[in-house]
Design a protein around this ligand. Structure first.
Ligand SMILES: Cc1cc2nc3c(=O)[nH]c(=O)nc-3n(C[C@H](O)[C@H](O)[C@H](O)COP(=O)(O)OP(=O)(O)OC[C@H]3O[C@@H](n4cnc5c(N)ncnc54)[C@H](O)[C@@H]3O)c2cc1C
Length: 430
């Protein structure tokens, strides 16, 4: 394919927000594995954190570090919090409609491990509101951004330690290369590698796999977050999340005897452990969650998506408890990046969930990931623009047969990533 200035792999909030930052004289190609609406960014329910007032800085910082077991990179947390208000203003400028009181002031909700309400939201579909707004901005105002759906990045093209672009596989099975001055990996998490996950199944850590193969540094890839509460079902497919903000607003958890057994607002990893322990004690595959303390009006106005989905599954949450169980949810580790989202390979950046800039430490504080994705996507774009260096190296010839059969390659990469996660879990991260 013809040479691009920047190729962006992935069309979630990180990829789209990065694309919006480039001026129109930059030629950008965004590729995405499925249709554009199939990204986890569209699924985010609870909301997006913001520094509500300058006085909340220390508390926001401390909550993020405490949830992350103090393994966070403090400078990254600081950047995220300090950039949050401008980021939210930018979103509002693009037309994102956050919940507001009748006098027009923004409303804030709370989730587990937050000592104060500081989360902006749009019903229980904040991710869809933000990401569809970003997408329409790209479509309307960025004629320089071309989007190719159903196109998967299968490899990086490199010479020495410089990235020259990517190898792609189209849905008809054909291969091609895309030369680019800069490559941005924005390919999300790794939930597709797990049997039970809230993530889209195509999120199989492809960015991680290719970085492993090209010796690009990774960080803490065994830091995988399990969400404590997803709707229990025997049906196969993506697990449906029961947002933490439901518990932030007062929902309770019960054991098999319908007694409370844990503080519902503990950090995710601790609550997940408590639920697993309770399930083992009760000999069940789930515990109960009671949304009735929220009242019918709050359930239907703040959480309409959860209310409807549970009804479809046969539960009226205004009248009865629902069975919930933990599932893989978020990836704190990833491709190691610095504060500007630069990887250890020249001309290669990583943003969003696929990257690890250290904000989340060992465990992500709820609703920090949309914010972190946006803040560091913007920093990556700005850094590229400020240090722009065109590449003149021609791409080497690539033997595409090495990526066939595609299923075998996917299986091999899955085993390698999960094997490395297992190894780190056994032997530690040093
Ligand atoms: C159910 C759910 C609820 C959540 N709720 C919240 C919340 O309330 N608040 C919050 O802050 N966070 C929340 N999160 C987390 C948050 O949504 C994600 O961390 C964030 O959206 C990640 O954005 P991203 O752009 O990095 O990745 P994604 O939005 O996942 O996008 C990744 C993109 O990369 C593409 N891709 C992957 N591999 C390839 C490849 N090889 N080639 C081409 N394209 C590829 C995918 O198709 C997709 O388009 C939630 C997540 C889930 C699953």
């Amino acid at each position: 394919m013809e040479k691009q200035d920047i190729v962006i792999v992935g069309s979630g909030c990180a990829g789209l927000f990065a694309a919006l930052q480039f001026p129109e004289d930059r030629k950008i190609l965004m590729i995405t594995k499925e249709i554009i609406e199939h990204s986890d960014s569209f699924l985010a329910q609870g909301g997006i954190c913001v520094l509500k007032t300058p006085e909340d800085y220390q508390s926001f910082f401390d909550d993020t570090l405490k949830a992350g077991h103090y393994e966070n990179r403090r400078e990254s947390v600081d950047i995220m919090i300090r950039s949050s208000r401008d980021t939210i203003q930018e979103l509002i400028g693009y037309g994102v409609d956050f919940a507001r009181a009748s006098d027009g002031t923004l409303l804030y909700t709370r989730e587990g491990a937050h000592s104060k309400p500081r989360i902006l939201y749009h019903e229980d579909e904040t991710g869809k509101e933000i990401t569809s707004c970003l997408l329409s901005q790209v479509r309307k105002n960025k004629p320089n951004v071309q989007i190719l759906e159903n196109t998967a990045m299968v490899d990086l093209v490199c010479t020495g330690n410089t990235c020259l672009g990517v190898v792609i596989r189209r849905s008809d099975g054909s291969y091609d290369t895309i030369p680019a001055d800069y490559t941005m990996l924005a390919c999300g998490g790794i939930g597709g590698l797990y049997t039970h996950s809230t993530n889209y199944p195509q999120l199989t850590g492809d960015g991680l796999a290719v970085c492993m193969e090209h010796d690009v540094a990774l960080e803490n890839i065994n830091y995988v977050q399990i969400h404590p509460t997803t709707l229990y079902t025997k049906k196969p497919g993506r697990s449906f999340l029961i947002s933490e903000s439901v518990r932030g607003e007062g929902a309770l958890l019960y054991n098999a005897k319908m007694e409370r057994f844990a503080n519902e607002l503990m950090p995710r990893d601790l609550l997940t452990a408590a639920i697993y322990q309770q399930m083992a004690k009760d000999g069940t595959e789930y515990v109960w969650e009671d949304l009735r303390p929220l009242g019918e009006e709050t359930i239907k106005t703040h959480f309409p998506n959860i209310y409807t989905k549970c009804l479809e599954e046969g539960y009226d949450v205004t009248k009865e408890c629902i069975p919930v169980t933990p599932a893989q949810h978020y990836f704190m580790g990833g491709i190691h990046v610095d504060e500007e989202s630069k990887t250890t390979m020249e001309h290669l950046y990583a943003i969003g969930e696929t990257a690890c800039n250290g904000v989340h430490g060992k465990n992500r504080l709820a609703s920090n990931s949309l914010l972190e994705s946006l803040v560091f996507a913007k920093r990556a774009a700005r850094h590229i623009l400020e240090h722009y260096e065109a590449l003149s190296t021609a791409l080497p010839a690539i033997d595409f047969s090495r990526y066939e059969p595609a299923e075998t390659l996917a299986q091999k990469r899955k085993e390698r990533i999960l094997g490395e996660i297992e190894r780190l879990n056994q032997h530690g991260n040093q």
